[in-house]
Design a protein around this ligand. Structure first.
Ligand code: ZN
Length: 497
């Protein structure tokens, strides 16, 4: 491949990447500061950008250049990985008509507005027609991209390349079988006192505490921001501009602090992506599952540890004065309660994956044609009753709680569980290699762990697949073993006999 052609390939890919970044800036804006009335107008802009990006990605010239790049590169080289990753994305995109891509992008803004309103007023009918349209369009997209496998595989692949419904079904079945008894154990014992995390905590103080912890973990606020939003998220336009959002509850510091620590994990990954591969196919995170492994690792394995709290307790006392009598042990127990709950993002570590299992099951039925949108609220409530023994009184706390479907993100939820499992497996490997991590956290030393993650995960961009990355870093394929060991140990300690 001539150097001019090579340059041309990276120039074209850079433009595609720029359009993605522009879209992400607008998405961030629409979930933080944009007035609600701006959503229909914003939908048009999103559709235009999605159409432009799609056309650029499907241009025959790009496919030819990507093939040449791959053909002219040696086995194991970055050039080969760049070419292959480009071809993978191009081949998926060309199967979907530009008109459909544009229509989905426009509908996202409209359905986001309807979902927000429906959630606020707890009224499903306001949102139902838009969700029906979204499901219809996503069924069309799934039909375009699905290969021999299920339609759902086509959707999964967008978030977790290579993931298969048929492999996730037994994984979730095993998790259900293991987690329900853990929940029953906790329920059969004396409840945990949660007063250590409750009080009256002003917004500014909670924000300051979260920012101190995020900065200590290594998040660079000169290359990022933290803003309020309805649903916390993190988005990186490039490694010098990573935006996190948060929300808070005045009476309990957990949603704000753990929301921020979670997004910090995502943010550290975005800030650690390889600069040399910026605006290239390899310059992105591997998959959403690996992204989530980073957020869950910092949120849970670090942020809920006793070591972290040995270091953070003085900060807590400083920022939230009502907590002066709170101890590390008291907080630790309140952070490891296990009980059925309605809201996924606030669920404890043991029941969290049961929430994901419910969504996985419902999405599969929706895309297999065994469930219609009109039946969703009831199917949702029935599933919660069956698995967790509780039923939402308001649809806002049931099927309307999550933003994903409004944004057309079907097939996304399983990545939360994959990420949770990976976070425990990675942390186990890090502990083996770095020694007493808890002791380091107690001294406020989070840099060794971040350095390890940079080296093992962040710096590789998309060079390895998710499966390869986990296997080369932890020495075994992704499994539930480390996660189950971790939650069982915690539940025994938080709920002594
Ligand atoms: Zn996350």
């Amino acid at each position: 491949m001539s150097s001019a052609n090579r340059q041309r390939f990276f120039e074209l890919w850079g433009e595609i990447d720029d359009l993605s970044s522009a879209t992400e800036v607008l998405e961030w804006d629409q979930e933080t500061y944009m007035p609600r009335k701006g959503l229909p107008g914003r939908g048009k802009v999103m559709a235009t950008l999605a159409g432009l990006r799609h056309d650029k990605l499907c241009a025959p010239e790009l496919r030819t250049l990507a093939e040449d790049l791959a053909a002219d590169s040696v086995e194991g080289s970055a050039g080969l990985a760049q070419g292959r990753e480009a071809i993978r994305q191009i081949d998926r995109a060309v199967k979907v008509p530009t008109a459909l891509t544009r229509e989905i992008a426009e509908l996202e803004s409209l359905s986001l507005a309807a979902w927000s309103e429906a959630r606020k007023t707890s009224s499903f009918p306001i949102y139902q027609p838009l969700l029906e349209r979204m499901v219809e369009l996503k069924r069309q997209e799934a039909a375009c991209v699905a290969s021999a496998g299920s339609a759902y595989d086509g959707l999964l692949d967008d978030y977790e390349p290579g993931a298969k419904e048929a492999e996730l079904i037994p994984l979730f079945a095993d998790l259900r079988a293991a987690l329900v008894p853990i929940l029953q154990t906790a329920q059969s014992r004396a409840p945990v006192d949660e007063s250590a995390v409750q009080g009256a905590f002003p917004e500014a103080a909670q924000r300051a505490l979260g920012q101190r912890a995020a900065a200590a973990f290594g998040f660079r606020f000169d290359a990022g921001r933290l803003d309020l939003s309805t649903h916390p998220f993190c988005t990186g336009f490039n490694r010098g501009d990573v935006r996190m959002t948060w929300r808070f509850e005045e009476g309990d510091f957990r949603p704000a602090l753990y929301g921020i620590l979670h997004e910090t994990g995502h943010g550290l990954y975005e800030q650690g992506l390889p600069e040399v591969w910026a605006r290239t196919p390899l310059g992105a995170p591997v998959s959403l599952g690996i992204h989530e492994s980073q957020s869950r690792l910092w949120e849970n394995l670090v942020g809920r540890s006793k070591g972290f709290w040995k270091w953070a307790l003085p900060l807590l006392h400083e920022h939230l004065p009502g907590t002066s009598k709170v101890t590390v042990d008291g907080i630790w127990k309140a952070l490891h309660t296990v009980k059925p709950s309605l809201i996924r993002v606030e669920a404890d570590e043991a029941t969290y994956n049961l929430h994901v299992a419910i969504r996985f099951d419902i999405e599969r039925r929706l895309f297999a044609g065994n469930l219609e949108v009109s039946q969703l609220p009831e199917a949702w409530d029935d599933a919660y009753e069956e698995l967790l023994g509780i039923r939402a009184e308001r649809v806002a706390e049931g099927v309307l709680q999550d933003i994903h479907w409004a944004l057309g993100s079907f097939g996304y939820f399983p990545t939360y569980t994959l990420g949770t499992l990976a976070s425990c497996q990675l942390f186990e490997a890090a502990t083996e290699q770095l020694g007493d991590l808890e002791g380091q956290f107690g001294q406020g030393e989070f840099a060794p762990l971040l350095r390890w993650l940079r080296q093992e995960v962040h710096q590789h961009g998309r060079f390895y697949s998710a499966g390869e990355l986990i296997e080369r870093t932890t020495g075994k394929p992704l499994g539930a073993e480390a996660f189950l060991k971790y939650v069982r140990r915690n539940v025994e300690e938080a709920y002594p006999v």
